[in-house]
Design a protein around this ligand. Structure first.
Ligand code: GRG
Length: 285
């Protein structure tokens, strides 16, 4: 992700600014939130948000999109903290470091996740005061609605429920539904919110949705292959249980091509989104 280091710096600054002062008695929860926010996440989702915004607006002034991109990373971080908890995947390591609950206790990790989710709402709603134009305000509300729907039971949480309920006993169909919700929904929200805030039409948003869905599913399949290569595959089922490596690689290529074709049909400069789709699918850990 080296090519994008300047944009990632902007994102990181915005994430760290989203923290309000740490009061004395509850400072442990701030430390716990900050631990997971600054422990080496690639910032894929906020980056996609900014690239979609830039493509539609033609502008590199990211002031308007940054709060939404930041909120998505806060939501992503909460989901990882909760996913690692004993009641969920019970993992000891995340990004090569001890998981949040291992460092701060299970209770604090639950609260830190909750805190990050709330903070995502705070960061976005703080923006609403700044809009003078009704159209801008409507776009901001539309983006918020999209982000919260995608991360809720119709999206990411729903996907996590499928993982919990069917993880040890699923078929390809269930696995596809899980990927669409658990992984692709938040990636879609990142891209679509960028397009919404930049003023894309409904038809264009539908095209971004299709692009995002393809790269979201392909991103998860790539993640499964990386897990397999690192020999860290979990006991639960993933796509590698149903398809050979060659089939999965060719599925990733097919999804990436479809994603690229989709945004190629737009009237905007989508070259960075095209390139980023390729980088994501060839990524290592
Ligand atoms: C607990 C509500 C709740 C949801 C959890 C996102 C999720 C759902 C679980 C995390 C486990 C997992 C494998 C999710 C699939 C999405 C994925 C590939 C996450 C990792 O995202 P990256 O690669 O991670 O962007 P970094 O570390 O770069 O932030």
């Amino acid at each position: 992700m080296n090519n994008y280091s300047e944009i990632i710096e902007l994102i990181n600054n915005s994430i760290y600014r989203s923290f309000t002062a740490a009061d004395e008695y509850q400072k442990k929860v701030y430390e716990s939130m900050s631990y997971s926010l600054s422990s080496g996440g690639k910032r894929v989702r906020p980056l996609l948000s900014l690239l979609a915004y830039k493509s539609v607006s033609g502008s590199e002034d990211f002031t308007k999109i940054l709060p939404f991109a930041t909120a998505i990373e806060l939501i992503h971080t909460y989901s990882l903290i909760h996913d690692d908890l004993p009641a969920m995947d019970n993992d000891d390591l995340r990004r090569g470091k001890p998981t949040n609950h291992k460092v701060y206790s299970e209770a604090i990790a639950i609260l830190a996740g909750d805190g990050l989710l709330n903070m995502s709402a705070e960061v976005m709603s703080r923006e609403l005061d700044k809009y003078d134009e009704m159209d801008e305000l409507k776009r901001a509300i539309k983006a918020m609605k999209y982000i919260f729907t995608a991360s809720g039971v119709h999206g990411m949480i729903g996907g996590q429920v499928i993982d919990m309920e069917y993880g040890y006993n699923m078929n390809l169909d269930i696995c596809e539904s899980m990927y669409k919700l658990k992984t692709a929904a938040l990636i879609k929200a990142a891209i679509v919110s960028g397009a919404i805030i930049a003023g894309a039409s409904d038809e264009e948003i539908a095209t971004f949705e299709e692009y995002a869905n393809c790269i979201g599913i392909a991103y998860q399949i790539r993640d499964d292959i990386l897990d397999l290569e690192a020999d860290s595959k979990k006991e639960k089922n993933t796509m590698v249980n149903f398809r050979s490596n060659d089939e999965l690689v060719s599925r990733i290529e097919g999804l990436t091509t479809r994603a690229q074709e989709q945004i190629n049909s737009l009237q905007y400069d989508t070259s960075e989104l095209q390139e980023f789709a390729k980088i994501l699918m060839n990524r290592g850990r």
